[in-house]
Design a protein around this ligand. Sequence first.
Ligand SMILES: [Fe+2]
Length: 215
Amino acid sequence: MNNDNFLHLWPSIVARFENPNHNEIKGGLLDFFKEVRSKNPVGRKSYENKKLYESTYDMHSKNNIFYQELIKFFQTCFLKSSLYSFNTTVKNKKLNADDKFKVSITNSWFIEYEKGGSVLPHTHGNCSWCCVYYVQIDDSSIDESGNTYFVKPFSHNNLDDFGSFSYNSFTSFSHKPKEGQLLIWPSYLVHGSVASSADNNKRIIVSANSKIFKI
Ligand SMILES: [Fe+2]
């Protein structure tokens, strides 16, 4: 009898989703951001942010129907990511069909990039899963500009053999944004954004942090 078995311990799952209602909410989101920015033209400042406007972290508490619809989409996808991660990696526990969950949004904010704007490598605190949603991007970019990147969470050993290829072959992953797309990742992953070549305020994203509870 063959007793071989292979555990997938602590995998770094990055999930990608497309919002089918993006075109219906995009205009409303842009108007909402313009209104927020007019009331707080300086925005939030942090060391990682270069040449960009960042809103405060409480956008999900504001009563805007377009933003609230986006938050609902985030909650659905956060839960899907969490369930996928649980079902593919936690082998000694099972979920029941009638289990219920609550997806709590702990922070959410938007960023409008200036030309050359970027975000240095960082992680998000006080959450289990994080996300970025591409509200508007520059389709003409053909290089890495404006890409979201993730850094491998363990050290590289400079091996060159086939055996280590699956876990040592690259030290970062660079994702080309697509309008209406949502990326979700576990909060420990270091990430950032490559300097954007798009014109001022053309590249616009929403980010959010979540905690997911079984109720
Ligand atoms: Fe981030």
